[in-house]
Design a protein around this ligand. Structure first.
Ligand code: GCU
Length: 348
């Protein structure tokens, strides 16, 4: 797997955990949902029941849409199916990326932050203010033009990973255990958990905090034990991961509209015959559309649920944050391809 310079920090600790994770998986048919029909039949000789690593709970829109995707594929393509393993059962996202690359796990959902570490051009779609809204974002990544298609194929040669498209992560904001944040001063000296990428470290720093990269599944305990004082995410994760219990102050910084990419081992994808591939593509289209529909509803439920659990949500208007985030977007476009991807996304 070819890893670029920026990723060394985030991938060097992987090796030790990989062997364990690869052995520790519960194997075909033992996914969180007990498997779909193809799986129950053990898979046909020509098909494959693929394992998909996910770090969300079973009530998250991603799990629901992917589980339906697996069922649709099993119905249409004999012997094929998808078993979704939720809650980091197959490892946190950095491990899942490696496992898909080496073929020990067939598919995963990984945040854009993880792909930045393999090809810095993915950074463009993770920048503050690149997408107007979720519909704009879904159109760019799920109806890809040639430039985006090349980006999605760019990991095949070095890492055997094909990117198929993405779910929205919605808009991400900051939450803390100590109070709302309206200025960089409020976050000065505070530790904010971030996803493992250089851009995410810069975003936390632009907001005034010091950044602590950490896997998603470790964050509840991190907040509870005060290893970190703050984090940032969408409302759905805030609620489904129960972070509101240990960090009840949400502030709408809306610093990024994030993406969760669907990735697959390139050899597995190319082993599909034409009919299977057509069923697979149709299933995925159905899945991201269903996910987008579920998202708005799940966001509202998350806000209501977190409020019932004692969380407060604060709206802010912070020119200081806006300015700092705009600067980051400029700093992180450092090559021609990134500029072209940015211009294309912005419709320039
Ligand atoms: C969101 C996103 C995940 C990501 C997580 C994180 O929940 O959907 O893919 O891993 O944020 O902050 O790590």
């Amino acid at each position: 797997m070819r890893i670029r310079k920026t990723s060394v920090l985030f991938t060097s600790a992987l090796a030790a955990s990989l062997a364990l994770t690869a052995c520790g998986g519960s194997g075909n048919g033992a996914g969180g949902d007990g498997g779909n029909d193809a799986d129950a039949a053990g898979g046909g000789s020509d098909g494959k029941v693929m394992r998909l690593a996910l770090n969300q709970t079973e009530d998250h829109p991603s799990y629901i849409a992917l589980d339906n995707f697996g069922q649709a594929l099993a119905d249409e393509a004999e012997g094929w199916g998808i078993d979704v393993y939720p809650n980091e059962q197959l490892g946190a996202q950095a491990e899942a990326l490696q496992l898909v690359s080496d073929g020990s796990v067939e598919m995963a959902i990984v945040s854009g932050a993880q792909l930045e570490n393999l090809n810095e051009d993915f950074t463009v779609y993770n920048l503050p203010k690149v997408f107007e809204d979720v519909d704009h974002q879904m159109d760019v990544v799920n109806n890809p033009d040639e430039l985006t298609q090349d980006l999605f194929a760019s990991l095949e040669e070095g890492s055997k990973i094909t990117v198929l498209g993405a779910f929205t992560q919605g808009s991400r904001s900051v939450y803390t255990s100590f109070g709302p944040v309206e200025s960089t001063e409020d976050l000065a000296g505070k530790k904010m958990r971030v996803q493992e990428s250089a851009l995410n470290i810069s975003i936390a720093e632009a907001l005034g905090a010091s950044a602590t990269p950490m896997a998603y599944g470790e964050l509840y305990t991190g907040l509870q034990s005060k290893v970190v004082d703050a984090a940032e995410n969408n409302e759905v994760s805030y609620y489904t991961q129960k972070h509101f219990e240990v960090a009840p102050y949400w502030t709408y910084t809306n610093h990024v509209v994030g993406l969760d990419y669907l990735i697959i081992n390139s050899d597995v994808l190319s082993s599909m015959d034409d009919d299977t591939r057509a069923a697979f593509d149709a299933g995925w289209e159905q899945a991201w559309k269903e996910h987008t529909e579920l998202w708005a509803e799940a966001t509202q439920e998350a806000i209501d649920g977190a409020k019932e659990g004692g969380a407060t949500f604060t709206e802010i208007d912070s020119p200081e944050f806006d300015e700092a985030l705009t600067k980051i977007a400029e700093e992180y476009i450092s090559n021609e391809n990134q500029q072209a991807l940015y211009d294309q996304a912005r419709g320039n």
